[in-house]
Design a protein around this ligand. Structure first.
Ligand SMILES: NC(=O)c1ccc[n+]([C@@H]2O[C@H](COP(=O)([O-])OP(=O)(O)OC[C@H]3O[C@@H](n4cnc5c(N)ncnc54)[C@H](O)[C@@H]3O)[C@@H](O)[C@H]2O)c1
Length: 314
C-alpha cells in the first residue's frame, strides 16, 4: 500500500485557520478527558544549535509521531527554526499511512492554540491583539486570531520586515513591544531568551497566550508578571517541566493547584476566567495530540477528495 505525502502547501490548502481552531479545541478536550494518549515528549539536544523532539500520540484509530526541531539560530542561516516530518500510522494494523510536513502542522496547531485560548479565556469584548514575535509561528497565531474574529492588532518584532509583512497581510499595524503588550489579547512567540512581557505592561482584564517557551530554560514572562495572572496551560506535566511555568514551579512559586488545563475549561469541568478584571495567562507548550488532531483533519479532507497527495512505496 502506498504512503501519502503531504507537503506544507498541501496541508495549508487542506486545513484553514478556522478548521485548525475547531480541531485544536477538540484536541484539548479529548486530551484532558484521557480519550487520546500522549507519552511524554522526548528531547534530543543538539548543542549549541538547538534540539530535536519526538512527539508520539494515539487517538481515533491513528498513531502519530512528530520528529521536529527547534533550532533558534536557523533564521540567520536562512533556515526555519521548526522543521521535520510527522508520520501517521494505522493503530489497528501498524501500517504507515502518511508523511506530513511538520512545520505546517505545527504552525496551524500552535496558531490555533492561541485563538482557542482567547475564545475560552479572554474577557467579554476583548478585541485588540498584540503580537510579540512575528516569525513563522507568530504569523500563524495572528492569522488564527484574525480568523476567530480578534483584531485589529499590533505586530512587534525587531525584524521590521516580518512585522510589516504580517501587519500588511492582516490589515493590522506595526508597533513597539510596549504597544503590543498593552492590547486586550497579547501573544508572545519569541525564542524565549529573555522576558518580553513585564509586570509593568499588565492591565486588568488582559489575556496572555505565551507560546515561545516550549522547552526547559526558555521564558518570555517576567516572574513578577506571572505572579499576577490566573494560570492555564495545555497540559500540566509538560508545561510544568518544559514551559513558561517551569521556572516558577521549580522555584516553588507555582504548584499544580494553581494551574488549570484548558481542556477542563472547554469540557465545563473547571472554571475559566474568574472576573472581567482578572489577567489570564495560557502557557502553550504544544501537545502531540494537537498534531494528531491536525493530521486527522488533513486525512479527512484528503479522503473527501478536495486535495490530492502523491503516494510513494517505501
Ligand atoms: N508552544 C508551541 O507549541 C510552539 C510551537 C512552535 C514553536 N514554538 C516556539 O516558538 C518560538 C518561535 O518559533 P518560530 O518558529 O516562530 O521562530 P521564528 O524565528 O520564525 O520567529 C521568532 C520571532 O521572534 C522575534 N523576536 C526575537 N526576539 C524578540 C523580542 N525580544 N521581541 C519581539 N520579537 C522577538 C524574531 O525576530 C522572530 O521573528 C521558538 O522558541 C519555538 O521553539 C512553540
Amino acid at each position: 500500500m502506498g504512503v501519502a505525502v503531504f507537503s506544507s502547501d498541501l496541508i495549508l490548502a487542506a486545513v484553514s485557520p478556522e478548521l485548525a481552531i475547531e480541531r485544536t479545541r477538540e484536541a484539548f478536550r479529548r486530551h484532558e478527558a484521557g480519550e487520546w494518549s500522549m507519552p511524554s515528549k522526548l528531547y534530543l539536544d543538539a548543542p549549541p544549535h538547538g534540539d530535536f523532539r519526538a512527539m508520539p500520540a494515539r487517538g481515533e484509530g491513528l498513531a502519530t509521531l512528530k520528529w521536529v526541531t527547534s533550532f533558534p539560530g536557523n533564521p540567520s542561516r536562512g533556515l526555519p527554526v521548526v522543521s521535520g516530518a510527522l508520520l501517521v500510522s494505522d493503530a489497528t494494523t501498524g501500517a504507515l499511512l502518511a508523511i506530513l510536513d511538520c512545520a505546517a502542522v505545527t504552525s496551524l496547531r500552535t496558531g490555533a492554540a492561541a485563538a482557542v485560548s482567547a475564545s475560552v479565556l479572554a474577557a467579554e469584548g476583548a478585541a485588540g491583539v498584540g503580537l510579540i514575535g512575528c516569525g513563522v509561528n507568530g504569523g500563524w497565531a495572528g492569522r488564527c486570531l484574525a480568523a476567530a474574529g480578534y483584531g485589529p492588532g499590533v505586530c512587534a518584532d525587531p525584524r521590521a520586515e516580518v512585522a510589516e509583512a504580517l501587519a500588511g497581510e492582516l490589515g493590522w499595524q506595526v508597533g513597539s513591544r510596549e504597544e503590543a503588550a498593552a492590547q486586550d489579547v497579547v501573544v508572545s512567540v519569541t525564542p524565549g531568551n529573555s522576558a518580553v512581557i513585564h509586570a509593568g505592561d499588565l492591565r486588568p482584564g488582559q489575556h496572555l497566550a505565551v507560546l515561545g517557551a516550549d522547552a526547559h530554560g526558555k521564558s518570555e514572562v517576567e516572574s513578577a508578571a506571572l505572579e499576577r495572572c490566573h494560570l492555564f496551560c495545555d497540559e500540566w506535566d509538560q508545561a510544568s517541566r518544559g514551559g513558561e511555568l517551569a521556572a516558577a514551579v521549580e522555584a516553588g512559586l507555582v504548584d499544580r493547584a494553581a494551574v488549570t488545563e484548558i481542556g477542563a475549561v472547554i469540557a465545563g469541568r473547571a472554571r475559566g476566567r474568574g472576573s472581567e478584571d482578572e489577567i489570564t495567562l495560557f502557557d502553550s507548550t504544544g501537545l502531540a495530540t494537537q498534531d494528531l488532531s491536525i493530521a486527522l483533519a488533513v486525512l479527512d479532507v484528503w479522503r473527501g477528495g478536495t486535495v490530492e497527495a502523491p503516494e510513494i512505496e517505501l
